[in-house]
Ligand binder design. Structure first.
Ligand code: PLP
Length: 404
């Protein structure tokens, strides 16, 4: 039986006060103690089930964390106020001044900027490599390498990371593997494939409504306890805690994630197949033409497809802009950043979510100026969108087939 993250969530018994079918929302920032000794013990981290202050732990966040840890098959999890808070807290928790990180050069632009521009302040060195070249990852290892960092499917080039092999390289060298699984929740379970720490922007597929920003860190109990340690835990001390009201609404959305992911995946596969037949330059891990298609198949859980993200190279920035505006007018979706929404979203990565990456590096990593990243929506009639995209591409001369 393959791993089934959705059923693990389904079988969780989390009730609210008075038998509520949803866990109660606890919006208190502080908590009373009947016995003064218990407060002291809680500060020392020795009391299970006691809450002292919501920056440390909040019961509503704990319910969501529990659901995420059964989804990821990790011992524990921590909820943050953004994906960037998850990434930065997790990295700062494991790295000290003088340490070294190896990262995929292709990552979300904010992550790239943190690694490239921010960490040098703390004397943490970062090597940027093509994560699909394991020989380059191995060659970048140094005695002080503490973390190998990657995204399971990278933003925006949709390269697939060989998590088991990266884990072996990391562990052979006493380093940790940290994986951002934002693009492929449920589709991949990085901790089961060998990752030590899994981070998420829950802003995207997990919440799926674009009504809030949130993140999560999944890992061992020890790691999560360390993150929340009152004396030196990065999450506790930097304090990017998620509001419990938000946490409760994300938690309810998590229960429909498996259905949404399947629909995102089947719509994206349909568009990818049809648009590539029409001659467009498509990158989608579900296409046999994708360089890591076979690898993706070996990493994925059964039944969730290849995800909702695809990229089309329209050749030039000007053409990409023109086509995106027309697609928005034709209601294919919205010209907007972010992903995992019920409407299709598209943006030109080089000038938006990857604009933190200098043009020369974009060129080197193969990020073309005309590359448009699509987060394919939950459309009930994706054929309509296909027709509109083909029509626009014909008008713009990007395809010349009589495909309609
Ligand atoms: N990781 C990935 C892959 C992303 O695409 C993003 C945002 O676009 C982030 C992390 C950052 O998440 P947030 O915007 O929730 O801070």
């Amino acid at each position: 039986m393959t791993f089934d993250p959705a059923s693990n969530i389904q079988h969780l018994k989390q009730f609210g006060e008075f038998g509520g079918v949803n866990p109660s929302i606890t919006d208190s920032s502080t908590f009373t103690f009947l016995h003064a000794d218990d407060m002291e013990e809680t500060f020392l981290g020795h009391m299970e089930g006691c809450f002292l202050y919501s920056r440390h732990w909040n019961p509503t966040n704990k319910y969501l964390a529990e659901a995420l840890s059964v989804m990821e098959d990790t011992e524990s999890a921590w909820i943050t106020a953004s994906g960037m808070a998850a990434i930065t807290c997790a990295l700062l928790q494991v790295c000290s001044a003088g340490d070294h990180i190896i990262t995929s050069v292709t990552t979300y632009g904010g992550t790239y900027a943190f690694l490239k521009n921010y960490l040098p302040k703390f004397n943490i060195e970062v090597s940027f490599v093509d994560i699909t070249r394991l020989d380059l990852v191995e060659a970048a290892i140094r005695p002080n390498t503490r973390v190998i960092y990657t995204e399971s499917v990278t933003n925006p080039l949709l390269q697939v990371s060989d998590i088991p092999e990266l884990s072996r390289i990391a562990h052979r060298n006493n380093a940790l593997l940290m994986v951002d699984n934002t693009f492929t929740p449920m589709i991949m379970s990085p901790a089961r494939l060998g990752a030590d720490i899994v981070v998420y922007s829950m802003t995207k597929f997990i919440n799926g409504k674009n009504d809030c920003v949130a993140g999560a860190i999944c890992g061992s109990k020890k790691f999560i306890d360390d993150l929340s340690n009152v004396n030196n835990g990065t999450a506790m001390l930097l304090g990017p805690v998620l509001d419990p009201m938000r946490s409760a609404s994300i938690h309810k959305n998590l229960h429909t994630l498996h259905i949404r992911i399947r629909q995102h995946s089947s719509n994206a596969l349909f568009l990818a197949r049809e648009l590539s037949k029409a001659g467009l330059k498509i990158s989608y891990p579900g296409l046999e033409s994708h360089p890591q298609h076979e690898l993706h198949k070996t990493l994925m859980n059964e039944g969730y497809g290849f995800g909702g993200m695809l990229a089309i190279d329209f050749g030039s920035l000007e053409m990409a802009h023109q086509i995106m505006q027309k697609m928005q007018q034709a209601d294919v979706g919205y010209l907007a950043v972010s992903l995992g929404y019920f409407k299709t979203l598209f943006s030109c990565s080089g000038k938006s979510t990857s604009s933190e990456i200098p043009d020369s590096v974009q060129k080197q990593m193969g990020l073309s100026p005309g590359l448009v990243r699509f987060s394919v929506g939950l459309d009930n009639n994706i054929e309509e969108s296909l027709k509109s995209i083909l029509q626009i591409c014909k008008e713009e001369g990007v395809i010349n087939l009589n495909v309609l």
